[in-house]
Design a protein around this ligand. Structure first.
Ligand SMILES: *Cc1c(COP(=O)(O)O)cnc(C)c1O
Length: 239
C-alpha cells in the first residue's frame, strides 16, 4: 500500500501481484537473468517499495531512465542489497560522470559521444568503469547505429577503460508474435555484437520474453508486464 498525504487520490499497489509477475517472468526465461525495468517511478507505482519487494524476490539488476532515479534507487536498496546493479538507460551527460561512479550507477552508452565521455572518465580515474553498449536495431529511439559500430570495430581504442558488462538492443514490435521484424532485429543484433568485444547480451523487453527462447540471451528486461500489463497483443493476459 502506497499513500501520499497531500494527494487527492490513493493508489493501492498489490506487491504480492508484482512478486508473482516477476516470478512468472523469471520462470519463462530460465537461461537468462531476469532484470526489472523500474523507470518512471516504476511505471507510476512507486519506485522504492516496488524495487525493495523485487529485491526481496531475488532481483539484482534494475534499469531506470535517469541518473536521479538511480540515486533514489541506490538509497532505497542500499542496506538490503548493496550488490545490486543499477543501469541508467539515458546514459551520462557531461558533468555527471562522478555521480555515476559514486552511486554505482552503470551508464548505458547510446552514442559515440557518450562512449567518449565515459571512456575519458575511466582514463582520467585510471580505473576501468562498467558500461553497457546499446545498439539501435530498429526501435529508432536511442542507441549506436551500424555506422557507429563499424567505427568501434575499426578503432578498439575508443572503448579503452570500459568494462563492457552487457551489449543490448530494444525490440520494436515484440508484442506481435508473428511480426517478421522481430527476427530481423535479432539477426542485426547478432551481426552488430559480432563486431564488438564479447559481452553478455540482452534483447527482450516484456513481450520478447514470450517469443521463442532465442530472444532471451543472457538477461531479459521486463517492465510493463511486472506491473500486470499484457505483454502480447491479441492473446489473453498471462500476468
Ligand atoms: C522501457 C524499456 C524496457 C521495458 O519494456 P516493457 O515493454 O515495459 O517490458 C526494456 N528495455 C528498454 C531499453 C526500455 O526502455
Amino acid at each position: 500500500m502506497v499513500a501520499a498525504s497531500h494527494a487527492c487520490a490513493i493508489l493501492s499497489v498489490d506487491l504480492d501481484a508484482v512478486a508473482a509477475n516477476y516470478a512468472l517472468l523469471d520462470e519463462k526465461s530460465p537461461g537468462a537473468i531476469c532484470a526489472a525495468v523500474v523507470k518512471a517511478d516504476a511505471y507510476g507505482l512507486g519506485l522504492a517499495p516496488v524495487a525493495r519487494r523485487l529485491a526481496h524476490e531475488g532481483c539484482r539488476h534494475f534499469f531506470v531512465a535517469q541518473l536521479a532515479e538511480a540515486i533514489t534507487l541506490r538509497e532505497s536498496l542500499e542496506s538490503a542489497v548493496p550488490d545490486s546493479a543499477i543501469y541508467v538507460l539515458n546514459g551520462p551527460d557531461q558533468g555527471t560522470e562522478a555521480d555515476f561512479e559514486n552511486y554505482g550507477a552503470i551508464p548505458i552508452l547510446n552514442s559515440l559521444r557518450q562512449i567518449d565521455l565515459w571512456s575519458s572518465h575511466a582514463r582520467k580515474r585510471a580505473v576501468a568503469q562498467p558500461a553497457v553498449l546499446h545498439m539501435d536495431t530498429g526501435m529508432s529511439r536511442l542507441g549506436l547505429t551500424s555506422g557507429d559500430v563499424d567505427d568501434l570495430a575499426a578503432d578498439p581504442e575508443l572503448l579503452c577503460g570500459l568494462d563492457i558488462r552487457l551489449a543490448m538492443s530494444h525490440l520494436a514490435s515484440a508484442e506481435q508474435r508473428g511480426n517478421p521484424f522481430n527476427q530481423q532485429q535479432r539477426r542485426l543484433f547478432d551481426n552488430l555484437r559480432a563486431q564488438l568485444p564479447a559481452a553478455p547480451a540482452s534483447l527482450a523487453n516484456s513481450s520478447g520474453i514470450f517469443l521463442v527462447p532465442a530472444f532471451h540471451y543472457d538477461m531479459v528486461r521486463p517492465g510493463a508486464s511486472i506491473f500486470g500489463i499484457s505483454p502480447m497483443s491479441d492473446e489473453s493476459n498471462p500476468m
